[in-house]
Design a protein around this ligand. Structure first.
Ligand SMILES: NC(=O)c1ccc[n+]([C@@H]2O[C@H](COP(=O)([O-])OP(=O)(O)OC[C@H]3O[C@@H](n4cnc5c(N)ncnc54)[C@H](OP(=O)(O)O)[C@@H]3O)[C@@H](O)[C@H]2O)c1
Length: 248
């Protein structure tokens, strides 16, 4: 019988990569949790075979339904800039097979994909990985659970500076030219939008804190993990379309 894996955030960017990878493997039955089962993204996943549970991190009983009988779960936590320390979801499986759930404080997130903004890194390099590829890396953990249980893996394809990002984009998307911005994390913190201070602190942490990401472990899990150069080449048309529809 297929093993049920509950995926939080499956209608979004990072959880979507995980749901996509698991749906391709008949060993697993994917159960997704969404606040709206009638959304287009939830329906599209259901059409591909996912079980859809309507639930919310704020509603412990819905989480219990979502986790009932699951072989494993992928949790994509949500951070609210209005409620600092909001997004650590703790799930403890109890001996009688039930779960204890609690929301406490900020947990280290995983920076995935080209969406990760690193323009306040002050020349330092930052790790990044495609969400498609990290989805397959997560799937490998579920496939080899005994080997990976209790270990921490910081997903990364490679570490690049913003100038290297710009050069790769300019190479593939010419005649468009991309340039590195020179903003400091302190200047970023003062920008007038909610969360600017938190993001500025995050850039500082990424620059000074030496977080533990591992391209080696990521490729051990998914040898097909692409660097940015290959990812941009593979997604050139989609990027050009997005840029031509962009107003900025
Ligand atoms: N993408 C990146 O590069 C990146 C980098 C660093 C950090 N992050 C952080 O990682 C988190 C997820 O990023 P993402 O890009 O994957 O986000 P996203 O594309 O906006 O997706 C968010 C997902 O979370 C679900 N969700 C939101 N609130 C929920 C709640 N209260 N209960 C249950 N599910 C809820 C949404 O499901 P429904 O709408 O269907 O309910 C959706 O599937 C965010 O906190 C983001 O700040 C992202």
């Amino acid at each position: 019988m297929a093993k049920v894996v509950t995926v939080f955030g499956a209608t979004g960017t990072q959880g979507g990569g995980v749901a996509n990878a698991l749906l391709e493997d008949p060993e697993f039955k994917v159960r997704i949790v969404t606040r709206s089962a009638s959304s287009d993204k939830a329906k599209a996943l259901q059409e591909r075979g996912a079980e859809v549970i309507e639930g919310n991190f704020d509603d412990a009983s819905s989480l219990e339904r979502a986790l009932q009988g699951a072989h494993g779960t992928f949790v994509m936590t949500q951070h609210s800039f209005e409620v600092p320390d909001s997004d650590q979801l703790e799930i403890k499986q109890l001996e009688d097979g039930t779960y204890e759930l609690s929301l406490s404080k900020w947990r280290v997130d995983c920076c995935l994909g080209l969406t990760s903004p690193d323009f306040a890194m002050e020349g330092a390099a930052e790790h990044g990985v495609s969400v498609t590829d990290s989805g397959f890396a997560v799937r490998a953990i579920f496939q080899n659970r005994a080997e990976w249980l209790g270990r921490t893996v910081g997903f990364s394809a490679e570490k690049l500076t913003i100038q290297q990002h710009a050069d790769i984009l300019s190479k593939h998307l010419a005649p468009r030219v991309f340039k590195s911005t020179k903003m400091t994390s302190d200047a970023f913190s003062k920008l007038p939008f909610p969360g600017a201070k938190h993001l500025g602190d995050m850039f500082k942490f990424l620059r000074l804190g030496n977080p533990d990401y591992s391209p080696e472990l990521t490729r051990q899990l998914y040898p097909g993990t692409r660097g940015l150069d290959q990812w941009v080449a593979d997604n050139r048309e989609a990027l050009l379309n997005a840029l031509s529809n962009s107003t900025t």
